[in-house]
Design a protein around this ligand. Structure first.
Ligand code: BGC
Length: 851
C-alpha cells in the first residue's frame, strides 16, 4: 500500500477542503486483484471496515477538519476472497488551512509612497522574537501583486510568482508554508518581496497596467505555536515597515532589473491597503516552481560584448548566473525562441522586452536569478560579462506548475518520439499558473480554445485535475448569465471583443468530462454544470429557424494552414459549420453531464437539442449522400467525430476525407478545430493508413515538418518557421503553443492503444492499431488506481502485445484481426498474426467520448 493521496494535492498542507476525499493505490501483481473493503484511520478515529471497492476520491470518513487541524491518515484494505486486511499504509499528514475568512488577522499592507509612478518593487519587514519552546510555525500569505517571503534571509517555501494569477475580482489564492525550521529562539525577521506581477503590471498586448489595482500589497500571517499550547501571531499591520530594495523594476513581459549595490534603506511605516475583492482560496493544484535546470549546449561570442547561448530546448523560465567582476558592471540578458541570421529573432515576442539586467555588487562571486519574471526562450544573448563566459556560469531554470507526470509514449520512430516530447515541453512551458497560449510574447493568456482542444493530452501527460479545476472555477466566475464564456480567463479587457465563440466557449462542456474520464473525479462536472448549461443556452439563442448558427463572430477553424498569415481566422471551413457542429456536440456532452448530476429533465432537454442541431447540421452543411458543403478536412473531421451523420453518409464522408488527405499529398489541412479530430475521423471510418501517413508526413504543413526543422516545442502555426529558415511574417508567430499538439491524444489511444473506458481508467480499452511502418510503440499512464501500460512490437508477421492493468481495474483488449477479450488486473501477454494494416480491414472505432 502506498500512502494515501488527499484530493489532488501533492503537499497537503494548508488545504482548503474540510472533508477532503482520499485515494490510495495497492501495489500488487496478483492477477485479478479487487478490493472488497477498506478502513481509514485518522488521529483518534477510524472509519471501521467499509465494504466497497472504491479507492479513488472516497469520502472523508472522519470529523470535518477545522482550520489548522493536522491529521495523519492511513488506510488498509481487504482483497476479494481474503479475510485478512493488508498492512496499514504509510501515513499521509494532512493539514487544513484557514477555512474561514474570519481567521485572518493580517491586513493588506504596502508602500506609503503614493507617487509610485515607476512601480518599483518593494520590501516589507517586521522584527519579532521567538521563545525557546517553539514547536511549530506556519505562515499564511498572499498578495495583490506577486511576492516571496523570507525568514531570517531564508525563503519560505519554493513557489515562483505566488500567489499566481486568478480572476482576482473573484478568487485570490493564498499559500501556507511550514517555516518551523527557519526560526530561532530570540530575534527574528520576516521579510516580504513584492512586485507588480499580473496585478499591477502591464498585461495583454495592449499593454495596460493596473489591471486590478493601483497599489500592490502583502498580507502575511505567521503563527507560532509553543509547547505550552500558546499561539503568537505576527501579522501584516501598521507595525511593519517598507523600503525600496535592489530590484529596480520587474515585469513579467519585460524582465527584471537588479542592482546588487543597492541596500534596502530608509525603512518607513507601511500603509494599509484595500485588499482584492475576491474570496481567499487555498488552491487545489500545485504552484509554479523551479522544476529543472538546463545547461547551455553552446556558448558563442557573437560580437565584442555579446555571448549567444543555446540551451537546446525552448522553455519557460529564466537564467541564473554566477559571476564575479567589478562593482557596477552591468550584465544584460535577452531571450528569444529562435535565431535569424545567427542572432536573436525578437520580432515574435512583439512588445515583450524579455530583458533582465544584473548590476554587480563587486564583492566576490555573485549568483543571481530574477524573482518575478519568466521568459519563453531557447536562446539568450548576454552582454557585459566580465571576462570570458564559460558554459558553467549560466543555467536556464525551467519554471512551471509543479505537476506530477503521469503519461509517457515511446515508439520506433525517433521523429514521432520527438514530436511527443515537443508536445510535453509545450505543455510544461504553458502551464505557468494558468494554462496559457504561449510563454514568450506580450500575451500569455488563458485562451479557452487552446486548452479545450489540448485537455485530453494534458490530462494524460500530467495530473492536472486540481490545476485545471482551479482554472475552471475562474472560467465559471467570469462566464456571464448570457453564457458568454471569455475567450481567455482570467479576463482582462483588450482590443479583442467578446462573443459566443465555438471551440473556445466549449471549454465549459468538454473539459469537465475530460477530467472525469481521466481522473475519475466528478467534481469538475458538478461544479461546472451550470456554467456549461449557460454556455449551451447562450449558443442555442444563436440558432436560426433552421437550427443552425449562421450569424455573429466566430474564430472558426483558427489557423487553417491555408489562411493568410495576417488573417488567421480566414479558414477554408465555414465558421458556422464549425459553430453548429460544436453546439450539437456540446449539447450531447451536457446531456451526459445532466445525467451525472441527476438532472433527468435536463438530460432529455439537451439530448433533444443535440438531435435538433444535428439535423440542422445535416440539412445545412451535408448533402444527402454525406459530402460537406465545406469540402475540407476539418468539416469531415467534425461531422464524423461528433456523430453528426447517419451511418451511410458517415462512410461516404470518411471516404471523402481520406480522398482529400490523399489529394493534399498527406499535408495537414486543419486549424485549431479540425486538428484534434482529423486522425480519429480517418481511423473511425476505416482509413488508418491515411491517418498514419498524415501523422508521419514531413512536408510543410505537417506535424513532423517542425521536427525536421529542429523544433523542440509545438509551434503556433504549422509554418512558424518557413522552409527556408526564415520566420513567418505574421504578427502572431509563436514557437510554443500546445494546441496543434492535441494529436498526442490520438498517439496515446490509437498508436499506443491505451484509452479509458470508464472514469479514471477503472475500465480500459486496449486497442492499439499499428501502422505507418512502426515496429513498436508503447503508452503508459499512471491512473488513479496505479500504472497502466500497453506496449507492442511486430515480429515475424506477429504482433506481440504486453498489457498492464492496474489493481481493481479491468480492460477490453481488442487487437487487430481478433475478437476483443476481457481481462482483469495484472500483466497480460498476447500474440496475434499481423501482416500490416492493409491485410487487416478495420471495423470502425467507437466514437470519441464513448462512455
Ligand atoms: C492566441 C491563441 C488564441 C487566439 C484566438 C491568439 O493570439 O495566441 O492561441 O486562441 O489568439 O484569437
Amino acid at each position: 500500500m502506498r500512502a494515501p493521496r488527499i484530493e489532488h494535492h501533492t503537499r497537503p498542507i494548508g488545504i482548503g477542503e474540510c472533508v477532503p476525499r482520499l485515494s490510495w493505490q495497492v501495489e500488487t501483481d496478483q492477477p485479478g486483484w479487487r478490493q472488497q473493503a477498506y478502513e481509514i484511520q485518522g488521529d483518534g478515529w477510524t472509519s471501521g471496515r467499509i465494504d466497497a471497492a472504491d479507492s479513488v476520491l472516497v469520502p472523508w470518513p472522519g470529523p470535518a477538519l477545522v482550520s489548522r487541524e493536522r491529521v495523519e491518515i492511513r488506510v488498509r484494505v481487504w482483497a476479494e476472497g481474503s479475510s485478512e486486511p493488508t498492512a496499514w499504509s504509510p501515513p499521509t499528514a494532512v493539514e487544513a488551512g484557514l477555512l474561514d475568512p474570519g481567521e485572518w488577522q493580517a491586513l493588506f499592507v504596502g508602500s506609503a509612497d503614493i507617487s509610485q509612478g515607476d512601480r518599483r518593487p518593494i520590501l516589507l519587514r517586521r522584527d519579532f522574537s521567538v521563545r525557546p519552546d517553539l514547536i511549530q510555525a506556519r505562515v499564511y500569505a498572499t498578495a495583490s501583486g506577486v511576492y516571496e517571503l523570507e525568514l531570517n534571509g531564508e525563503r519560505a517555501g519554493d513557489d515562483v510568482l505566488a500567489p499566481g494569477w486568478t480572476s482576482y475580482h473573484h478568487r485570490l489564492n493564498y499559500q501556507t508554508y511550514d517555516v518551523t525550521g527557519l526560526l530561532r529562539p530570540g530575534a527574528n525577521t520576516i521579510t516580504g518581496w513584492l512586485a507588480d506581477g499580473w496585478w499591477r503590471g502591464e498585461f495583454g498586448w495592449n499593454r495596460v497596467g493596473e489591471r486590478y489595482g493601483s497599489d500592490t500589497a502583502l498580507m502575511a500571517q505567521l503563527e507560532l505555536v509553543y509547547a505550552d499550547g500558546t499561539v503568537e501571531r505576527v501579522v501584516t499591520d501598521d507595525s511593519w515597515t517598507w523600503a525600496y530594495g535592489p530590484i529596480l523594476s520587474s515585469s513579467i513581459y519585460d524582465g527584471e532589473r537588479y542592482d546588487a549595490r543597492v541596500e534596502a534603506g530608509g525603512w518607513s511605516r507601511v500603509q494599509k491597503k484595500e485588499g482584492p475583492e475576491g474570496e481567499l482560496i487555498s488552491p487545489a493544484g500545485p504552484p509554479v516552481r523551479r522544476v529543472e535546470e538546463l545547461a547551455p549546449v553552446s556558448v558563442r561570442r557573437v560580437d565584442d560584448d555579446t555571448h549567444l547561448l543555446d540551451f537546446g530546448q525552448n522553455l519557460a523560465g529564466r537564467l541564473r548566473i554566477t559571476v564575479a567582476g567589478p562593482a557596477g558592471t552591468e550584465i544584460g540578458m535577452r531571450h528569444a525562441e529562435v535565431l535569424e541570421d545567427g542572432r536573436l529573432c525578437l520580432r515574435p515576442i512583439r512588445t515583450a522586452d524579455a530583458h533582465d539586467v544584473y548590476v554587480l555588487a563587486g564583492d566576490g562571486v555573485e549568483t543571481w536569478e530574477p524573482r518575478f519574471t519568466y521568459h519563453g526562450f531557447r536562446y539568450a544573448e548576454i552582454t557585459g560579462w566580465p571576462g570570458s563566459l564559460d558554459a558553467g556560469s549560466v543555467v536556464a531554470v525551467v519554471c512551471h506548475d509543479d505537476m506530477i507526470e503521469t503519461g509517457q509514449f515511446a515508439c520506433s520512430d525517433p521523429l514521432l518520439e520527438r514530436l511527443h516530447e515537443n508536445v510535453r515541453w509545450s505543455m510544461r512551458d504553458n502551464f505557468v499558473s494558468v494554462p496559457t497560449d504561449c510563454p514568450q510574447r506580450d500575451e500569455r493568456l488563458g485562451w479557452t480554445g487552446d486548452l479545450q482542444v489540448f485537455a485530453p493530452t494534458a490530462a494524460f501527460l500530467y495530473d492536472v485535475t486540481g490545476k485545471i479545476g482551479d482554472w475552471l472555477a475562474d472560467v465559471a466566475a467570469e462566464t456571464g448569465d448570457d453564457g458568454l464564456v471569455p475567450l481567455y480567463v482570467p479576463h482582462i479587457p483588450t482590443s479583442f471583443p467578446q462573443f459566443h465563440c465555438a471551440v473556445w466557449g466549449d471549454v465549459t462542456t468538454v473539459v469537465p468530462l475530460v477530467l472525469l474520464d481521466l481522473s475519475g473525479d466528478t467534481n469538475p462536472v458538478v461544479a461546472g454544470y451550470e456554467t456549461a448549461q449557460r454556455w449551451v443556452e447562450g449558443c442555442r439563442r444563436l440558432l436560426n429557424e433552421r437550427d443552425v448558427i449562421d450569424s455573429g463572430m466566430q474564430l472558426g477553424d483558427w489557423l487553417d494552414p491555408a489562411a493568410p498569415s495576417d488573417a488567421p481566422a480566414q479558414a477554408r471551413t465555414d465558421p458556422y459549420l464549425v459553430a453548429t457542429a460544436y453546439l450539437a456536440y456540446s449539447a450531447r456532452l451536457l446531456a451526459r453531464q445532466a445525467r451525472l448530476v441527476g438532472k433527468d429533465d435536463d438530460e432529455v432537454r439537451y439530448a433533444e437539442l443535440a438531435e435538433a442541431v444535428t439535423l440542422g447540421f445535416r440539412r445545412e452543411f451535408a448533402t444527402a449522400s454525406g459530402r460537406c458543403v465545406s469540402d475540407t478536412q476539418t468539416a469531415y473531421a467534425l461531422a464524423i467525430c461528433f456523430g453528426l451523420l447517419p451511418a451511410e453518409q458517415r462512410v461516404h464522408a470518411g471516404d471523402r476525407l481520406a480522398q482529400l488527405v490523399r489529394e493534399a499529398e498527406f499535408r495537414i489541412g486543419t486549424g485549431f478545430a479540425g486538428t484534434p479530430l482529423v486522425l480519429d475521423a480517418l481511423t473511425d471510418t476505416g482509413h488508418l493508413e491515411e491517418a498514419y501517413r498524415l501523422l508521419l508526413s514531413r512536408d510543410c504543413p505537417s506535424w513532423l515538418y517542425p521536427v525536421t526543422m529542429g523544433a523542440t516545442t509545438i509551434w503556433e502555426r504549422w509554418d512558424s518557421m518557413l522552409p527556408d529558415g526564415t520566420i513567418n511574417p505574421g504578427n502572431m508567430t509563436s514557437f510554443n503553443h500546445y494546441a496543434l499538439g492535441a494529436v498526442a491524444d490520438w498517439m496515446h489511444r490509437v498508436v499506443g492503444g491505451l484509452a479509458p473506458a470508464a472514469p479514471g481508467y477503472r475500465s480500459m480499452l486496449v486497442r492499439p492499431r499499428p501502422g505507418g511502418g512502426l515496429s513498436s510503440a508503447s503508452a503508459r499512464h499512471l491512473t488513479p488506481y496505479g500504472p497502466a501500460e500497453v506496449s507492442w512490437r511486430r515480429s515475424g508477421g506477429k504482433l506481440l502485445v504486453d498489457v498492464v492493468v492496474p489493481p481493481g481495474c479491468d480492460a477490453t483488449v481488442d487487437l487487430p484481426g481478433s475478437s476483443p477479450v476481457a481481462v482483469l488486473s495484472g500483466r497480460h501477454h498476447f500474440e496475434v498474426d499481423h501482416l500490416g494494416p492493409d491485410a487487416d480491414p478495420l471495423s470502425p472505432l467507437p466514437p470519441r467520448q464513448r462512455f
